[in-house]
Design a protein around this ligand. Structure first.
Ligand SMILES: CC(C)(COP(=O)(O)OP(=O)(O)OC[C@H]1O[C@@H](n2cnc3c(N)ncnc32)[C@H](O)[C@@H]1OP(=O)(O)O)[C@@H](O)C(=O)NCCC(=O)NCCSC(=O)CCC(=O)O
Length: 529
């Protein structure tokens, strides 16, 4: 009997040669590093360079997070990935009333250039690439990074990294938006232009399906809605006057990896194929790099269990393997205790060790795209692709990603799938080891890491000092210049230049975001749910 895939199509008990019959291998598979990139974006893939081991981390103060990054580098991580606390993500200083109780909780608190300097102390920005999970205030954090690079003597053209900067999925699934879609997209286009001129090796956006998946999206929904957002960003940049090959090579993506290894590997392969075709056929991209879907993967946090947490080590290894078999460029493997609390030093190290075992002890990195030609995997790739294309068409029929968001389409589809998963789990049809099968009478005790609540006061004290020391007139002049640029028509002035001056004059994150809020207003979602 066929079993249903996570995307909702049947998986046959047996696939045979008929699965590959009638396919044009050039068109569907190609060579690795060649259009449509089904087999991976680089000809040599991991035989040339392993994926980047990029563990998402950050909590408490900049000093504590800096210590964690240095330890991760010592243990062999090959890229950094910064988690910011909620006030930073929402554009508020640590002493804002709305920040109370949240400072340093889910990531590091960054109020100004001073915190940023501490965060990267002793970390050579010309040798490490850094991802920053920041969306509405992405431009600010990028500029702070550039300013710290300048202080270290690293030219902007040599900086490498990624800002998430994907505000559309914030409206759909993640929630840290500030401004309405119009000005948010204008800011994204300003970032694309700024990076092209000033920080050309920077990945200007990480178009993310991960959070939709965590909210319950199926694999097909995850890639369809993410690629639809990608298409909207491409249209935005084109409308702002950029040529497609001037920005598309620096678009990047971010997906989840679940324990359903075969379908996940198929999903990554299908996503690459769809994107390559869209970029070439719909947008006329000629530069091969514009057609390559490069992506980061995080193992599925939502599949981790608080019960018998050590079982998560096994899950993460399988999920990580799926990402590698799918050809990821960069990977975060979750720590086994993440369903309970922030990872401890030891669990963070174990998570990294999982990647090191995959890269160095297994043979999956010895040959490029080892799954190619598998009857099952090629069939699943076609099936995920077909399901995703169908959803992409529905988004287009609604008028594109933003119009669909405003009609609540993606959210509703995702919630429907989340409900299905919950029902199947409750009924025991979907097995979760240690939760609805093979339970323990009594769980073993576990001592989680807790963030010190005193951090909020420390950040407030730093802000009082900063505000007393800096040149107040220079700060308000810089903020006025920023507002003026924000008031101008999209495309007339790039807000990043005055924003950089304000940050260099030690304006705080909250002040810069408030200046933009004054001009652009804030987004209030339609009350559909
Ligand atoms: C493009 C990626 C995906 C990966 O970039 P990387 O720099 O790591 O890898 P890369 O670009 O593939 O490789 C680095 C350089 O080596 C080259 N290179 C790599 N492999 C090669 C090969 N086999 N042959 C030849 N060259 C190769 C590349 O061309 C590139 O050079 P050039 O540079 O010269 O081209 C980027 O966007 C990225 O790092 N993203 C990470 C996103 C992230 O960590 N997000 C965390 C979100 S955490 C979250 O959101 C979840 C929780 C929450 O809600 O908060």
């Amino acid at each position: 009997m066929a079993r249903d895939s996570e995307s909702g199509f049947p998986i046959e008990p047996v696939y045979g040669p008929e699965a590959l019959a009638g396919r044009d291998p050039e068109e569907t598979l190609g060579e690795p590093g060649v259009y449509p990139y089904t087999r991976g974006v680089y000809p040599s893939m991991y035989t040339g360079r392993p994926w980047t081991m990029r563990q998402y981390a950050g909590f408490g103060t900049a000093a504590e997070s800096n210590a964690r990054y240095r330890r991760l580098i010592e243990h062999g991580t090959t890229g950094l990935s910064v988690a910011f606390d909620l006030p930073t993500q929402m554009g508020y200083d640590s002493d804002a009333p709305l920040a109370h109780g949240e400072v340093g909780k889910v990531g590091v608190a960054i109020d100004s250039i001073e915190d940023m300097r501490t965060l990267f102390a002793g970390i050579p920005l010309d040798r490490v690439s850094t991802s920053m999970t920041i969306n509405a205030p992405a431009a600010l954090l990028l500029l702070l990074y550039q300013l710290i690079g300048e202080e270290q003597g690293v030219a902007a053209r040599n900086l490498t990294g990624t800002i998430q900067n994907d505000v559309l999925k914030e409206y759909i699934a993640r929630g840290t938006y500030i401004f309405p879609p119009g000005p948010s997209l204008r800011l994204v286009a300003d970032v694309f232009k700024y990076c092209r001129a000033e920080i050309p090796r920077w990945n200007t956006i990480s178009i993310s399906g991960y959070h939709m998946a965590e909210a319950g999206a199926s694999p097909a929904q995850e890639i369809a809605f993410t690629l639809a957002d990608g298409i909207e960003y491409v249209r935005t940049a084109l409308a702002a006057g950029m040529a497609v090959d001037d920005f598309a090579p620096r678009l990047s993506f971010f997906f989840v990896s679940r324990t359903t290894l075969l379908e996940e590997a198929a999903k990554f392969r299908a996503a690459r194929r769809i994107w390559a075709r869209v970029m070439r056929e719909e947008f006329g991209a000629r530069d091969p790099r514009s057609q390559m879907l490069r992506f980061h993967t995080q193992t599925a946090g939502v599949q981790l269990t608080a019960q018998q947490p050590e079982v998560n080590l096994v899950r993460v290894a399988i999920q990580g393997l799926a990402a590698v078999l799918g050809g990821t460029q960069s990977l975060h493997t979750n720590a086994f205790d993440e369903a309970i609390a922030l990872p401890t030093d030891k669990s963070a190290r174990l998570a990294l060790r999982t990647q090191q075992v995959l890269a160095l002890e297994t043979d999956v990195t010895a040959t490029v795209d080892p799954l190619a030609g598998s009857y099952a995997v090629e069939s699943l790739t076609d099936a995920v692709e077909a399901a995703a294309l169908d959803l992409l068409r529905r988004v287009e029929d609604l008028g594109g990603a933003v119009a669909a968001i405003e009609q609540g389409f993606q959210k509703e589809e995702i919630e429907r799938n989340a409900y299905r998963i919950a029902q199947e789990t409750d009924a025991g049809d979907r097995v979760v080891v240690g939760v609805n099968r093979f339970r323990l009478e009594e769980e073993e005790p576990y001592e989680p890491l807790r963030v010190d609540p005193a951090i909020e006061q420390q950040q407030r004290d730093r802000l009082v000092k900063l505000r007393a020391e800096r040149d107040r007139t220079a700060v308000s002049a810089a903020l006025s210049a920023l507002k003026k640029a924000a008031e101008s028509e999209a495309g007339a002035a790039n807000v990043l230049y005055p924003m950089k001056d304000a940050l260099a004059a030690r304006a705080t994150l909250g002040e810069v975001c408030d200046a933009l809020r004054d001009v652009w207003g804030t987004y209030v979602p339609a009350d559909a749910f």
